[in-house]
Each structure stands twice: as C-alpha cells, then as structure tokens.
Design a binder for this molecule. Sequence first.
Ligand SMILES: NC(=O)N[C@@H](O)C(=O)O
Ligand code: NI
Length: 163
Amino acid sequence: MTRSITTEPLTPEAFAPYGDVLDVEGAPDKIINQGKCGRYHDRARVDVTPESGGRVGISVFHAELRTFPYTLDLIERHPEGSQAFVPMSADPFLVVVADGPDAPPRAFVTNGAQAINFHRGTWHGVLTPLTGSGMFAVVDRIGETPNLEEHWFEAPWLITHTV
Ligand SMILES: NC(=O)N[C@@H](O)C(=O)O
Ligand code: NI
C-alpha cells in the first residue's frame, strides 16, 4: 500500500516546529561593508552538543537530482546535532520533515532563494535536490558517534508536486 502526500511551499512559519528557513525576506538585521551588504544575522540555531564531543563542520554534498512523484521510504534524525542544507545554486529542493516515524510527513519545496536548518532531533528526509547542480554546503555535527537514527517505512510515501 502506497500512501501519498503533496508538497507545500516552504515558509518560516510552517517550518518553525522543525527548523529554520534562511532567506532575505524583509529588512536585514545589519547593514555592513560600507552599506553594500545586508546581514541577516544569526538566523539559524546550530547545535552540535559539544558536551558530547561534537564540533561544527561544513561539508559539501553533491547529490543526484530527484524527480516527482518522489518515493519516500526513509526518514532519519540526528539526535546530537542540527543539520543545515545550503544550496550552492539558486534552485528549489525538496525538504521532508515529520513529527515522528508514525506521523504523516510534510513535504516542502523551497523557492530557490532559501536554505534550511533542521533542529537537532528533527525527523527529515535526506538531501533531495530537484534542479541545478545538486551541490550543497552542509553545516552539521562532526564527531565520533554515528549521530544518526533511521526509520524505514513499511509502506512508502509517494510525494507529488503540483506547480
Ligand atoms: N548522512 C548524511 O550525511 N546526510 C543525511 O544526514 C541527510 O540528511 O542528507
Ligand atoms: Ni540528515
């Protein structure tokens, strides 16, 4: 049995229970660089549990592009750290989150000018680019522990998208 959900546009309000949306909506917090740059200051909660030996790191992911309908058969979470996906091309990508393994997932599509940061412990789908280079800077916890809990669905979710 395949269950289906459809995508919704990504907004900071809708995503708030799961993480942060990084964008340049509204006025910047600071104007810097001789007035040539707006700084949207401290807009994501990076958490790497240093007390458990974690440190923050920046990696680059180069992921294959995916298409709709997208079959979601796995969600995961990182109990010891947050995880940010920062696209290195101005392209929309799919962001899947869930309140728990037994809760229906929520699927968001970014607008091409957004990055996201999953809060520590947020159930999410893996990095899922849709168009562009598939290249992302990923800010997350570097440490000796796996920092990964996976849940494989008995029945996959089919994610559809209507433009
Ligand atoms: N495994 C890994 O580094 N990436 C996943 O955590 C992911 O969310 O894509
Ligand atoms: Ni992850």
